[in-house]
Design a binder for this molecule. Structure first.
Ligand SMILES: NC(=O)c1ccc[n+]([C@@H]2O[C@H](COP(=O)([O-])OP(=O)(O)OC[C@H]3O[C@@H](n4cnc5c(N)ncnc54)[C@H](OP(=O)(O)O)[C@@H]3O)[C@@H](O)[C@H]2O)c1
Length: 250
């Protein structure tokens, strides 16, 4: 197989970074983007890093997303796979409701993905090839305690990916949504509660990479946790809220 090129956003940390390492180790040329240039440079300089190329990018900057996609294709070649993992978690507390926090979540988690999709779609459609993987979360399945803002962005991403898939299927582009459960990263290190089925980031990257080699729409891990949440998600509302109150104590 020839040189394969992947663009990973959110590659300075956590799942995106672990995926960058995993894919580079398997021979991919990785365009790694995030705001933390030092972290990206350190990743690219790791002795076992393989071909990882840093691109400083704030995904809230629409024009910069377009410029970055163009620069990647100019420097490295046609992008085969895009994994949009840049994201942020801020808990929502109804008693200290803060619009600016929710706006930040929407701008990074949702609009950041929209900007990057806009930046790559014309070239993918032109080539009638490519793979678009959008990192959402199991928190997008149904409302979860403290996740009004975060969960809303992730539910929006799941719906966005599902809806786009109808169009992109006809353009030869594979659309996927990634719904992780709890993965040990700086994002979850701040959680003050016990996290069920907490997974190591290398395992998560491995599962994600495996999913990227298939054509299934949803990539989810750990599987059992996602299945439990999916099952809870189809319960009648009254039962769902009762079980969640009981189970989480919230
Ligand atoms: N960890 C979990 O349990 C879990 C579960 C479900 C879903 N997820 C999702 O998985 C994705 C990765 O999360 P993680 O756990 O790996 O978190 P993380 O370790 O905190 O990494 C988040 C990444 O997003 C980047 N990022 C944040 N804001 C950005 C911005 N404005 N522009 C560009 N990059 C930005 C960060 O880089 P800079 O700060 O350097 O920009 C960092 O590379 C997120 O979308 C998250 O919602 C995680």
């Amino acid at each position: 197989m020839g040189k394969r090129i992947v663009w990973i956003t959110g590659a300075s940390s956590g799942i995106g970074q672990a995926l960058a390492r995993r894919m580079a180790a398997d021979g991919w040329t990785v365009a790694a983007s995030a705001r933390s240039v030092d972290a990206l440079n350190a990743l690219a300089a790791e002795p076992t890093a393989g071909s990882i190329h840093p691109y400083a990018l704030d995904v809230t900057d629409h024009a910069a997303c377009r410029t970055t996609a163009t620069a990647i294709e100019h420097d490295l070649g046609a992008i085969d796979t895009v994994v949009l993992a840049a994201g942020l978690h801020i808990p929502t507390d109804a008693k200290a409701f803060d619009v600016s926090e929710i706006r930040t979540l929407v701008e990074i988690n949702l609009m950041g993905v929209v900007h990057c999709v806009d930046a790559v779609l014309p070239a993918l459609i032109d080539r009638r090839a490519g793979r678009l993987a959008i990192v959402a979360s199991v928190a997008g399945y149904r409302g979860l305690p403290t996740a009004a803002g975060y969960g809303a962005t992730k539910a929006a991403l799941i719906n966005f990916a599902e809806a786009l898939k109808f169009d992109l299927d006809h353009q030869g582009i594979i659309t996927q949504v990634v719904c992780p459960g709890f993965v040990r990263t700086p994002l979850t290190d701040r959680n003050p509660f016990p996290m069920p089925f907490l997974m190591d980031v290398e395992d998560a990257a491995e599962r994600l990479y495996r999913g990227l080699q298939g054509t299934g729409f949803e990539i989810t891990f750990p599987r059992r946790f996602a299945l439990i949440l999916k099952f809870l998600g189809i319960l009648p509302d009254r039962l769902y809220f009762w079980l969640m109150h009981k189970g989480t104590g919230m």
